[in-house]
Design a protein around this ligand. Structure first.
Ligand SMILES: NC(=O)c1ccc[n+]([C@@H]2O[C@H](COP(=O)([O-])OP(=O)(O)OC[C@H]3O[C@@H](n4cnc5c(N)ncnc54)[C@H](OP(=O)(O)O)[C@@H]3O)[C@@H](O)[C@H]2O)c1
Length: 370
């Protein structure tokens, strides 16, 4: 396999290093913006050098972002090159265009590292589907949120302090919004649901709420009551359709998800024969992520692509009734089940109704009882 590598950052450098140890891979060219000299590959600043090189059969996109990554991926597919990417934003955003294009062009496409970087979650979903029907997928998919929440829970820190520590240790970006406000988990939840259930969910119908408004008083109350707050994405196939949502969730102590430490991920599925299963590991990091990019390259070599999408259902969140901890905002008295410290616990309300309420009360913090 001759690889055109787009991006030489955390994951790109990792893939370059792993490829150097694998007899079947040759990174022929690397696209980057910086001045860079590599012993075994030609560095270019012009994507056309990769596109027009017929000896390059596979493009590995690890630049991130939507543009120009999508322009490059699309052009490469049309030129008959296989695609391996770790870019969850790109995969989710362009899913409906990407999959037909891949199918029509007869190339192979894989994106295992886009969800649960080092875990191999999407590959396992594909394997389960060969034998089982999946009914539920989701879990802790964002290491930054987990690091912050774990630090708050274990050390009683306030959100701002825990975030600052995460930034200093490299677990959070200078602008943490893609993690703490939920878009990262949202992308991963939708991709997982699409692959698990062979659909392409209507993205706007999947609500998302992040952890930005959580405070030490909330965590202290959860601890007192035997709960741990985790940022979770959930997608479930029920009689009324597929529900899908992303929100802080209160997990009872003693459940595996409650014990997930540091920046780790725990992503779970329920299969018709395999039952409930979880994959635990590093959701990010240079070599764990590049490992799955390299595994995808091996699959492409073996002629294994994946993914199919049929229909674009709206996530059916009206029928899912949950109780929510709420602090701040104006909650109708008739919806309140009991007082919880500085907040309240609601009676069961639909996920749709709670997220609609949150739009009018953006300073509030909510967390669902699992
Ligand atoms: N990091 C992880 O652990 C991880 C885990 C799972 C998935 N991912 C996904 O993998 C992708 C890459 O992440 P990363 O952490 O490796 O990002 P990164 O460290 O920021 O690396 C991105 C690289 O792409 C280059 N690049 C960006 N735009 C470019 C352009 N227009 N032309 C040429 N080069 C360009 C950057 O160049 P400069 O150096 O000049 O900016 C940089 O070298 C993202 O989609 C991310 O979501 C990452």
């Amino acid at each position: 396999m001759r690889i055109g590598l787009l991006g030489f950052g955390v994951v790109g450098k990792g893939l370059y290093d792993i490829a150097a140890t694998h007899p079947d891979f040759e990174v022929a060219r690397v696209l980057c913006r910086r001045e860079l000299t590599l012993p075994d590959a030609q560095v270019t600043h012009d994507f056309n050098d990769i596109l027009n090189d017929d000896s390059i059969d596979t493009v590995v996109e690890v630049m991130g972002g939507l543009y120009p990554a999508w322009d490059y991926v699309k052009a490469a597919i049309l030129a008959g090159k296989n695609i391996v990417t770790a870019n969850k934003a790109l995969v989710n955003h362009f899913y409906d265009e990407l999959l037909p294009l891949v199918e029509q062009s007869g190339v192979k496409f894989r994106c295992t590292a886009a969800v649960g970087g080092g875990i191999g979650w999407l590959t396992e979903l594909e394997r389960v589907k060969r034998v089982d029907k999946l009914s539920k997928v989701g879990g802790i998919m964002n290491g930054t949120c987990n690091y912050i929440l774990d630090n708050m829970t274990r050390n009683g820190l306030d959100y701002a302090v825990a975030l600052k520590q995460a930034q200093e240790l490299g677990y959070a970006e200078a602008d943490p919004s893609a993690d703490v406000d939920g878009p990262d988990t949202w992308n991963k939840t939708i991709i997982s649901a699409n692959i698990a259930f062979d659909v392409s969910l209507e993205k706007a119908s999947v609500p998302v709420c992040g952890i930005r408004n959580i405070a030490a008083v909330d965590v202290a109350e959860f601890t007192k009551r035997g709960y741990v707050c985790k940022m979770m994405g959930t997608a479930e196939k029920g009689e009324g359709g597929i529900s899908a949502y992303v929100q802080p969730t209160l997990v009872p102590n003693g459940e595996p998800a409650a014990a997930v430490p540091m920046n780790y991920n725990l992503i779970s599925m329920v299969g018709s024969n395999s039952g409930p299963r979880s994959l635990f590991g590093q959701g990010a990091g240079r070599y764990p992520t590049a490992y799955n990019v390299a595994q995808d390259c091996v699959d492409v070599l073996n002629g294994v692509g994946f993914y199919s999408a049929y229909g674009a259902p709206v996530a059916a969140n009206n029928d899912v009734q949950l109780q929510y901890y709420v602090r701040g905002g104006n909650v109708d008295a008739e919806l309140i089940a009991e007082a919880w410290g500085d907040g309240i616990l609601t009676k069961p309300v639909s996920v749709s109704a709670m997220h609609a309420w949150l739009k009018d009360n953006p300073a509030a913090f909510i967390a669902a009882l699992a």
